[in-house]
Design a protein around this ligand. Structure first.
Ligand code: ACO
Length: 252
């Protein structure tokens, strides 16, 4: 993780295992998001190596588990409710990014499978490399996506396509990702960092109060009723216009 002014970069840094994910990673991600410095305006989620993430560490689904990690099979054996309770804090590693007013950008290259796909979906924007390979593989393991990915996937590509992507577990490549709204832009792998930096610069160039007000406003648009959303719009505008006018008057 590194900080450069108003930009926080969070890096998955286990490329030899294709950034396979574990519960401790999910808790760490939740901790970062939930304690994000309010001065941070953009968060970049990226990953070292050839793949963004190969998804959950498959060792977690074996009786031996993964050294240093809790067992997932023990609560599963205990009961459905115990398993569901175990998952809840892990979901925050994904969903907490929606609750920060910083814009979250995922830079995604290579494989983004299962939990890797869901982590990319946890961001507000995705910049992808032309070798990107999104796949929701949970179904083929007899499971469902459970790390916050279903909501954003449906919102981005629509119910039918989301169902088809999840039930087949097929690969979604760069061209389809852009065409379906999953990604903002696809670029050659060696341009991923520079293109992400350009997008970050464009976000930072927007007037800060307006940019900060936008994310909660657009996020609530998908869930709020019409009257509530209209109130959200006018209240946000009220605050912004009030600040603009009072600052102009103070400067006059
Ligand atoms: N869990 C544990 N180890 C993994 C994972 C994973 N999810 N992904 C990759 N690795 C390990 C491999 O076992 C391999 O280890 P080794 O060098 O000790 O043999 C190493 O990372 C490199 O992996 P390769 O398969 O050699 O790399 P490649 O680039 O050819 O393929 C890919 C990458 C496609 C990600 C492949 O590793 C793969 O299919 N992984 C499993 C994907 C998966 O099914 N994830 C679960 C989805 S469901 C969910 O996330 C909830």
């Amino acid at each position: 993780m590194s900080r450069d002014g108003a930009v926080l970069t969070v890096v998955l840094d286990n490329p030899t295992r294709r950034n396979a994910q574990t519960p401790s990673l999910w808790l760490a991600l939740a901790e970062v998001a939930e304690n994000l410095d309010p001065e941070v305006r953009v968060v970049v989620l990226k990953a070292d190596g050839s793949s963004f993430s190969g998804g959950i560490d498959l060792g977690m689904l074996t009786p031996e588990g993964v050294a240093g990690e809790v067992s997932l099979l023990a609560p599963a054996a205990e009961g459905a409710e115990a398993m569901a309770e175990t998952i809840a804090p892990y979901q925050r590693g994904f969903t907490a990014w929606a609750d920060v007013d910083a814009v979250v950008v995922a830079a995604v290259q290579g494989h983004a499978i299962g939990a890797g796909f869901q982590l990319a979906l946890a961001a507000d924007l995705r910049v992808v490399a032309d070798d990107v390979h999104f796949a929701m593989r949970e179904t083929s393991l007899g499971l469902v996506p459970d790390l916050g990915g279903t909501g954003p996937l449906v919102a981005l590509v629509g119910y039918s396509k989301a169902l088809e992507i999840c039930v087949t577990g097929r690969a979604v490549g760069a061209a389809e990702a852009v065409a379906s709204g999953l990604a903002s832009v696809a670029v050659p792998v060696d341009e991923l960092t520079a293109t992400t930096a350009d997008l970050v610069a464009a976000i930072l160039a927007a007037p800060e109060p307006a940019a900060r007000a936008l994310k909660p406003l657009l996020r609530s648009a998908g869930v709020a009723g019409r009257d509530e959303q209209l109130r959200n719009e006018r209240e946000a505008q009220g605050r912004l216009l009030h600040d603009l006018v009072t600052r102009a008057q103070a400067g006059a």
